[in-house]
Design a binder for this molecule. Structure first.
Ligand code: CA
Ligand code: CA
Ligand code: CA
Length: 268
């Protein structure tokens, strides 16, 4: 029975798993969601057309390192007869959540003697870092491009809120007076300073720049008059010194002149 083809009751039949391999690898690979994050379960669907109605009826999937291995299986009892009619097919598997990174999806057909049982690369999946934003200020920890803001939230713990900090929802507008000193607004977009602001005396790095109530250029928490007072003090001292020098010079010049005059007279 060459190729298992026979004519029975006016239709063409074939043995399951015996056909030429034009139908493999699958014509289509669908990934959902299309741009998954590390918190998503990824759905992978392979589909195409099959040369008979004994379409793949089993499958499995596994992930090893950065490879996702999808086995499509013909699991029919020996001697199963199939109609020789082109039949649409698809099979779906789920995997994940996956760590951030790039994965290659491979597919392999098992149970068909005419198709080598080797993996064929089908597509790639790029898994992004999920947005973990526990205090709902739009900044994540770790930093993620899937958050509203991509920068790192250095304190994403809402339980760190000071006792006096009112509970605020997801719309805490950082930098506003009502948010000043609110730990929920500790993020790279928050303000710290100026001097009189509570953010300059709360012992918190409100703006995630590494400085805490920093009086220098980082947090703008220096006393506004400090710079002028310092400059003024420095300049006054300088003038006094200069004045003393001038007075001394004014005193020394006539004394020197007298000494020089007496010295000249003696020489005569
Ligand atoms: Ca956050
Ligand atoms: Ca502070
Ligand atoms: Ca700071």
């Amino acid at each position: 029975m060459k190729k298992g083809i026979l004519l029975s009751l006016g239709v063409l039949l074939t043995m399951a798993g015996e056909a030429s391999g034009w139908y493999w690898p699958p014509a289509s690979t669908e990934i959902l969601p299309a741009s998954p994050s590390s918190s998503d379960v990824v759905t992978i669907t392979l589909s195409g057309e099959w040369p008979n109605n004994c379409i793949p009826n089993d499958s499995s999937i596994s992930a090893v390192s950065n490879g996702i291995y999808f086995d499509v299986i013909l699991n029919y009892p020996p001697g199963t007869m199939c109609l020789l009619v082109i039949t649409p097919w698809s099979t779906t598997e789920y995997i994940g959540p996956l760590s951030p990174g790039t994965y290659t999806v491979y597919a392999r057909l098992l149970g068909d003697p005419s198709v080598p049982e080797t993996y064929t690369p089908m597509t790639e999946i790029v898994v992004a870092e999920a947005c973990t934003d526990q205090d709902e200020d739009g900044y994540g920890s770790p930093a993620s491009g899937l958050c509203f803001y991509p920068e790192l939230d250095c304190d994403d713990d809402p339980t760190d809120d000071p006792a006096e900090c009112p509970s605020q929802g997801g719309s805490c507008a950082c930098g506003e007076a009502s948010c000043a000193g609110c730990a929920k607004c500790i993020n790279p977009g928050a303000k710290e300073g100026p001097y009189s602001d509570p953010t300059c005396s709360d012992d918190i790095d409100n703006d995630c720049d590494g400085g805490i109530d920093d009086p220098t250029s980082l947090d703008n928490c220096s006393y506004p008059g400090a710079a002028n007072a310092e400059a003024s003090a420095y300049g006054g001292s300088s003038l006094t010194t200069s004045g003393s020098s001038n007075s001394l010079a004014l005193f020394l010049v006539p004394v020197g002149a007298v000494i020089l005059l007496r010295f000249c007279r003696k020489k005569k």
